[in-house]
Structures are given as structure tokens and as C-alpha cells.
Design a protein around this ligand. Structure first.
Ligand code: FAD
Length: 367
């Protein structure tokens, strides 16, 4: 089967890879380079436990989280790239004694043993992460929150895809999806119409624009995130730290990521004084010892967001051969492995897995 994948973010690259492994002849079009947008801009946090325990979203997230150790090994084996998969755990700081007490009760309710969740008091914090400010009274510690270097991850997926036979075309934008008599015919790229059996739209925050080329309205919008990195050699903190207004992610390769804003500003391609200043102020309040580190870079990215905050995954209703995988919002890195597997399964003739049911595009589209 011939498949055209549009979009070389983590979702497009990972799915192209799985499709090639399943025997498809895959062509991937990326208008810039793999990882040029949200997938390169992310922090790479793999935190599967959400607010609503046991929800379809949390089940999907946990399923993807479970795949990660194997995915990291597989990608290293096929490409030699180390995606810096770190499983040291995340500290969620608590600032009041009541919050510390409530955390103890919450730990008892959660799947504490599977995810290694502990309630820490001030003494635990001093022992495990002494650089945290004294204003932090305690913490929830989640050993199961992991992280990867997402830039490396996208490149590794892209290289693995090419090694598995995917024809990757960087610098080629798809300008139109061609549909005839209720069936996808192909895509127009560089002015040429390319015929195919199936098309996957994996164009992140730009998917609504591409859907517009065949008259469909998909309510996917960008949510800008600004971030910065500090040179972190030698490291000041050793765990990821996730507070309400900022998170810190120490990478083995010597950077500390500080993220991230969530802004509804369309596709404004800039970092702002307020965005970066706010993140820095929150980071220094949490870990005063970061003040002397140098800023190595700042950046922004556009998370693909749908009105219910959940991914949109599966066959496009009313158009045979057309599929979409987008709107992963704040969790696209975490959800990439499971998205790639489920999409590849459903595109190669299997019925959409029950795990996709809550995420089908039908909730926004009528045939
Ligand atoms: C600051 C920030 C921090 C984040 N942190 C995390 C995190 O810690 N953990 C986590 O799990 N997630 C995180 N995310 C979310 C995650 O980055 C996204 O959910 C994920 O990257 C989306 O992947 P994607 O492939 O759908 O989109 P993208 O990576 O945006 O890829 C879409 C690709 O499609 C290409 N494209 C668009 N239109 C066309 C066209 N017409 N023709 C050809 N190519 C086209 C674009 O160039 C782009 O490369 C973060 C995001 C941001 C911005």
C-alpha cells in the first residue's frame, strides 16, 4: 500500500516508521526539516498521570509511557542515536504545610507503587534536591515521570524511518489534499499531484489550514509555548522539578530546560520579555542557585490544540483513505509511540482499535 504522510514532527516521523515496518511504501513530506516545529521545541517530559484518573486519555498516556524504554532501545539499535531517556523522577514542590498533608492522603489514593509516588517532607527534599529554596515545604515525588531529549527523538525516528525505507522529502510543503468522489486521491506538493492509496495529516498546529484545502473545518489551533535553556555544567538540580508556573528539566547533555508559557496568540513567531522573564523569575524563586548560570538559548513552539484538549486520531469521516493524527497539545512527545502504533494499525486495514474511540475525528467532523 502507498501512503503519503504530511508533516515531519514526532507524530509524522514515528507513524511513517511504523507504517514502513508494517510493509507500506511510505513518502513523508516536511516543509522544513524533521522536528522544526513543536516536536523540536518541547521539553520532552513523559508524565502520564493526569488530573482525571482512569480516563481514556490517561490510559492512552500510560500505554505510550510503557512503550518508551523499548522505543529508546529500538531507536538506538537502528540509528545509534541516544535519545537521553532519563527515569530519575519529578519533584512537584509544595509550598504550605496543608498541601504537604493533602499530598500524603493523595499518595494513598493514587497508583503509588506502579509510578513510585511518594510524599516528601522538608527533610526528604534537603536530602534529595538540596538546591530547592527553603520556601518549599515538601513535595510529591513521582519516580515514574521520565523525560527524553525530544530533538534527538525526532531525528532518531526520522533516521529509523528512512532506514526502514521511507522516502523523506524535507523542504517540501503540501499545498492541497486532493479528494475525488469521497476518496483521497493524493496531495499536491511542488505543484505536482502525487497519487496514493492513503494520506495521513500529521501537520500539528497547521492541520486546520491543510483541512481547509479540501473545504473541511477542523478546530485545531496553536498554543504558543516559550522556553529557555541554561548551561547546566556542573548540574545544580538532578531531578525534573514541576511547579505551577514553571518546570525545570535537567538534560544529561548539560542543559537545564526552563518552561513553558501557554499562550493563545496565533502563529506569532517570537519569544517575549514577559514570557522569558516570567519563567526565569519563577525558576529562580524555586532554585535560587540557578541565578549564576548562563542562558544558552530561548525559543518558542506551537502546540496543536483541539477544543476538548485531547488528540484527534483516526480515519477522516466520509473520505476513504484519509487519516489524521494531531492535537496532542502538551503531550505529543509522550504520546508519539502509541499514536504511531495505533495509526499504523488502523491505516493498514485493521479496524480502529478501541483505544482510539475517544479520540476519533468524528467528534468534530460530520461526513
Ligand atoms: C514549549 C513546548 C513544550 C512542550 N513540552 C512537552 C513535553 O514536555 N512533553 C510532551 O509530551 N509534549 C510537549 N509539548 C507538546 C509536543 O511538542 C507536541 O504535542 C508535539 O510535538 C506535536 O507533534 P506534531 O508532530 O503533531 O507537530 P509538529 O512537531 O508541530 O509537527 C508538524 C510538522 O508539520 C509540518 N507541516 C505543517 N504543514 C505542512 C505542510 N502543508 N506540508 C508539509 N509539512 C507541513 C511542520 O513544518 C511541522 O514540522 C510541548 C510543546 C511546546 C511548544
Amino acid at each position: 500500500m502507498k501512503v503519503l504522510v504530511v508533516g515531519g514532527g514526532v507524530i509524522g516521523c514515528a507513524t511513517a516508521y511504523e507504517l514502513a515496518k508494517a510493509g507500506c511504501a511510505v513518502t513523508l513530506f516536511e516543509r522544513a526539516v524533521p522536528g522544526a516545529e513543536a516536536s523540536g521545541a518541547a521539553a520532552g517530559i513523559l508524565a502520564p498521570l493526569g488530573e482525571s484518573s482512569g480516563s481514556p486519555f490517561e490510559r492512552l498516556a500510560i500505554a505510550s509511557w510503557r512503550l518508551y524504554p523499548q522505543v529508546a532501545e529500538e531507536l538506538r539499535g537502528r540509528t545509534g542515536i541516544d535519545v537521553e531517556y532519563v527515569s530519575r523522577g519529578t519533584i512537584y514542590p509544595l509550598l504550605t504545610t496543608e498541601a504537604v498533608r493533602a499530598a500524603g492522603a493523595r499518595v494513598a489514593r493514587l497508583q503509588s507503587s506502579v509510578f513510585g509516588i511518594e510524599a516528601w517532607d522538608a527533610a526528604d527534599l534537603r536530602e534529595h534536591e538540596p538546591a530547592l529554596a527553603r520556601t518549599v515545604r515538601g513535595a510529591m515525588f513521582v519516580r515514574g515521570d521520565h523525560w527524553v531529549n525530544n530533538q534527538r527523538l525526532v531525528v532518531a525516528y526520522a533516521q529509523a524511518a528512512v532506514a526502514a525505507g521511507v522516502a523523506l522529502h524535507s523542504g517540501v510543503a503540501v499545498t492541497r489534499v486532493a479528494i475525488e468522489a469521497g476518496r483521497v486521491r493524493g496531495v499536491v506538493a511542488d505543484g505536482d499531484l502525487l497519487d496514493t492509496d492513503a494520506v495521513l495529516l500529521a501537520t500539528g498546529a497547521w492541520t486546520a489550514q491543510l483541512a481547509g484545502t479540501f473545504g473541511a473545518r477542523l478546530p485545531v489551533e496553536p498554543r504558543r509555548g516559550q522556553m529557555l535553556a541554561l548551561t547546566h555544567v556542573p548540574p545544580v538540580v538532578t531531578h525534573a522539578i514541576h511547579a505551577e508556573d514553571v518546570y525545570l528539566v535537567p538534560r544529561p547533555s548539560g542543559e537545564l530546560l526552563v518552561g513553558a508559557t501557554v499562550e493563545r496568540v496565533g502563529f506569532k513567531r517570537e519569544v517575549t520579555a514577559q514570557g522569558i522573564g516570567g519563567l526565569l523569575a519563577a525558576a529562580l524563586a524555586l532554585v535560587p542557585g540557578l541565578g549564576g548560570l548562563s542562558i544558552s538559548r530561548t525559543w518558542f513552539g506551537f502546540r496543536p490544540w483541539a477544543p476538548d484538549g485531547m488528540p484527534i486520531l483516526g480515519p477522516w469521516p466520509g473520505v476513504e483513505g484519509l487519516y489524521v493524527a494531531t492535537a496532542h497539545y502538551r503531550n505529543g512527545i509522550l504520546l508519539a509511540p502509541i499514536t504511531a502504533r495505533l495509526m499504523s494499525e488502523c491505516m493498514t486495514g485493521h479496524r480502529p482499535s478501541p483505544e482510539l474511540k475517544a479520540f476519533l475525528p468524528d467528534r468534530f467532523l460530520r461526513p
